[in-house]
Each structure stands twice: as C-alpha cells, then as structure tokens.
Design a binder for this molecule. Structure first.
Ligand code: SAH
Ligand code: SF4
Length: 428
C-alpha cells in the first residue's frame, strides 16, 4: 500500500509541477519520504534517514523535505520539533494536498503539517494513474475497524472506507488502457470491501472481484491483504471460477494459540482457520498460501508458541512472514507489559523461521520440471537475465531480453532456491 501511495505522490508531483524522479537525492528539488510505523524498527529508520537529508539541505537551502505516511500521521508536528529542517509532514489520508502544501512552502517559507483524516475521498483529487508497463495497484478500501490489540493501522490510516464500485472499475480501466495486464486490488482489509454501486446497491468484495475480472485486457488479478474473518465461501469459490484470479492468497493468522488469538482480538479461533484453508484448496488445489506471524506477544507461553508451530505444520504454507512483537504507542497491547524476554522472542523467531523456510523450500522444489507462465517484470541483477513472477507469485530468473518486459512467457523451471526459481524460456 505504501508503494501505491508513493506512486500516486509521484503522479501528483508530475501533474502539478512537471517534476520527475531523479536517481540521487542530491539532485532533488523535493524529497518526500513515505514512512511505515507498523513496527518500531521501521519508525527508527525515519530519523536516521532524515539525518542524511539534513546534510543535503545545508548545501541546498531551497530544497523541500517532506515526511508522509503513518509516521507522519502519528508523530505530526513532533517530527518538525525534532528535525526543524523538515518542511512538510503529512499523513496517508492527506497526501492529495501535496501541491497545495508545496506552493505554500515556496511562497511563505513556512513549515506545514497535514494530518487530519478528511471525510472527503482523497481519491477524487488524484490524477489518473500512469501504470508501469505491466502491472498496477488499485486501492479499493482504506483503513481498518478490526482494532487488533497490537496494531497501529486503525489509528494511522483511520476507519474503514470503501471506494464506490464505479470509481474502482474506472481506475482499473484507465490502468488497463495504459497497456498493463496485471492488477492488484489493495486494502488493509481488502475483503471487508463494501462499496456502493451506481444503483446505490452495496457490493461485497466477491461481487467486485467478478466485475474487475471481466475488464478487457486484464490477464492477472491479485489482491491483498485479506482477513480470515472476512473470507466467504463465494470468495474461495472465485479462485476456482475466475481464470484471471491468480492462485495465491496471503491470509495472515498471526498465532496458532486460541489464548493469544483472543488476546490479540483477532475475532476468530484457531479451529475457524483450517476450514477456510480447506475450502480454498478444494476450489483451487494449486493455490499458494502465505501468512504473517507474530512471536512473543505479551503473555505468550511455550505452549502457545507450540500451537503456532503446529498450525504452521498443519497448513503447510508456501511463504511466511514472521515478526517479533513490537509494542506500538497508543495500542491496547502496549498497555500490557512487553514481558517476553528478547532472547525468548529471538529463539521463537528462529524456530519458526527454520520451519517456514523448510516449507517454502519444499514448495519451491516441487516446481522443478514444471512449465509455468511468467510475467516478465525487469532485468535481474545478473547480466543477460530477466526476472518475473509465476501465477502463484514465485520469482523466476531466466536468460532473456529487456524487450520481453511486460510479456507473459512460458518458462521451464530447472532449479529451486530458498526464495526464488531458475528456468529456461520456451521459445515457440
Ligand atoms: N491487515 C493485515 C496486516 C497489516 S500489518 C492483517 O490483518 O493481517 C502487517 C503485519 O505486520 C501483520 O500481519 C503483523 O503480522 C505485523 N505486525 C503488525 N503490528 C505488529 C506489531 N506491533 N509487532 C509485530 N508485528 C506486527
Ligand atoms: Fe491491523 Fe490487520 Fe488487525 Fe486491522 S486487521 S488492526 S490492519 S492487523
């Protein structure tokens, strides 16, 4: 979602000022930093990065520095108190005001802060998306009303708000008209989508999926991130039903322990999760699945953690993203003592990683010998090599040409690594 927001900020700056992206920060007239506050580490990076920009601004005092995103939202004016050379601070719901903010800074040389959560849709103020040649993101809903106890998102991105059906379809059509073939629908809780259609009917997420799937030129449809509580039988069936809906789903469960799930306010028990996985695999046997996990939530016992390992073994994920619990200011969990010692968090993280890496590795090994369709995304770091993704979101490297970027090509998988695959292009 931050990548999407950054690309929309760039679109705005291009439209308002004809600005373009430069390779080095030294050459920039405006530096915008888009930030994340989901874990403490991400937030710490903001201030160390700002220290570097300060030096640039000393040499070029007319340079404008802005901090946007969730750290901007959460910290507001405190950022400018700590780093007075920051001209603009803005939240994820206010970046449509960037041209206005920059005008004001240029005219009056004042610091500005925009962290209100406006009722009006920021999307109405954004220019048409430009697309990157092969794929595009479309935000369909924002914010979150789930209030998991560990999470800052409901505070930084505000409450759930779904864009009207026709706005979403129009943005998809515009992107497809630029020649892209893959669309990813985005939302913090994407499957909690409830948007108004032209006839004032409320559509749920699955209805929207079917409508987007029909758009001309679309070859690959993806979405992220889904909440288990919002998975319906119809949504699972769509994976079997819609050829353009790619067989990959990220369905974070966080923990395998009922006690912890309850404490986290996730809204479901461990045994509610398995039937969802079964249903998805029934409708789409080849679906690749992934999840996020948090270890060391306050009060997590060895037994709770064993329950997480057990869930991971039962589900057998293609990819997993594992995090140590990090208390976030203002969240309910931060009021409990962060009482799992760092060594225990570390040890649990290592054990979970050992298991999930093995699962990813085995799932990768199974791809050897298969012929898969790869959407070519970019040149690899290795000379003469290209990189792309399979339908089930695996990264593939192969010998190819830059002119293949944006095309979908058949590749025979010859080798598997921990996180990626190697293959040979099959030329007709
Ligand atoms: N909306 C998504 C997740 C958004 S945050 C969902 O409900 O699944 C992305 C991931 O960051 C979460 O799934 C969680 O695993 C992790 N995360 C969020 N807050 C965290 C915290 N305080 N400490 C550690 N990990 C956290
Ligand atoms: Fe955060 Fe996701 Fe929970 Fe919302 S559902 S509070 S975004 S973890």
């Amino acid at each position: 979602m931050n990548e999407y927001d950054s690309s929309r900020m760039l679109d705005l700056m291009q439209d308002a000022y004809g600005m373009k992206l430069v390779a080095n920060p030294e050459d920039a007239d405006v530096i915008l930093m888009n930030t994340c506050s989901i874990r403490e580490k991400a937030e710490d990076k903001v201030y160390s990065e700002l220290g570097r920009y300060r030096k640039l601004k000393e040499k070029r005092p007319d340079m404008i520095i802005g901090v946007g995103g969730c750290v901007g939202q959460q910290e507001g004016k405190r950022i400018q108190q700590r780093a007075p050379y920051v001209d603009a601070v803005f939240g994820p719901q206010s970046y449509h005001k960037l041209p206005e903010m920059i005008n004001k800074i240029r005219r009056e040389r004042v610091n500005v802060t925009a962290t209100e959560m406006p009722e009006i849709e920021k999307f109405d103020h954004l220019p048409a998306p430009k697309g990157n040649g092969m794929s595009g993101f479309v935000t369909i809903m924002e914010g979150c009303d789930k209030f998991c106890t560990f999470c800052v998102v409901p505070y930084t991105r505000g409450s759930e708000l779904s864009r009207p059906v026709e706005d979403v379809l129009e943005e998809c059509r515009k992107l497809l008209a630029t020649g892209i073939t893959e669309i990813s629908l985005l939302g913090q809780n994407v499957n909690a989508y409830r948007g108004l259609a032209a006839d004032e009917d409320e559509w749920d997420f699955t209805m929207l999926l079917y409508a987007v799937a029909k758009l001309e030129g679309l070859e690959r449809l993806r979405f992220s991130t889904s909440h288990p509580m919002e998975v319906t039988e119809e949504m699972a069936a769509a994976f079997g039903d819609l050829p353009v809906l790619m067989p990959y789903l990220h369905l974070p469960v966080q923990s395998g322990s009922d006690v912890i799930l309850k404490a986290m306010h996730r809204g479901h028990a461990r045994d509610d999760y398995f039937p969802l996985i079964e249903s998805l695999r029934k409708h789409c046997p080849d679906i690749a699945l992934s999840s996020d996990f948090i270890v060391g939530y306050p009060g997590e016992t060895d037994e709770d953690f064993e329950q997480t390992l057990d869930l991971v073994r039962r589900v057998n994920y293609d990819f997993s993203y594992c995090f140590k619990y990090s208390p976030r200011p203002g969240t309910p969990a931060a009021q409990s003592e962060d009482n799992i010692p760092e060594e225990v968090k570390d040890e649990r993280l290592q054990r979970l990683l050992a298991l999930t890496r093995l699962q990813t590795r085995e799932a990768m090994n199974k791809q050897i010998g298969r012929v898969v369709n790869v959407l070519v995304e970019k040149e690899s770091k290795t000379d003469g090599e290209m990189q792309g993704r399979t339908a089930d979101y695996r990264i593939v490297h192969f010998e190819g040409q830059p002119r293949q970027i944006g095309q979908t090509m058949p590749v025979r998988i010859t080798k598997a690594y921990g996180q990626s695959l190697r293959g040979e292009l099959i030329l007709a």
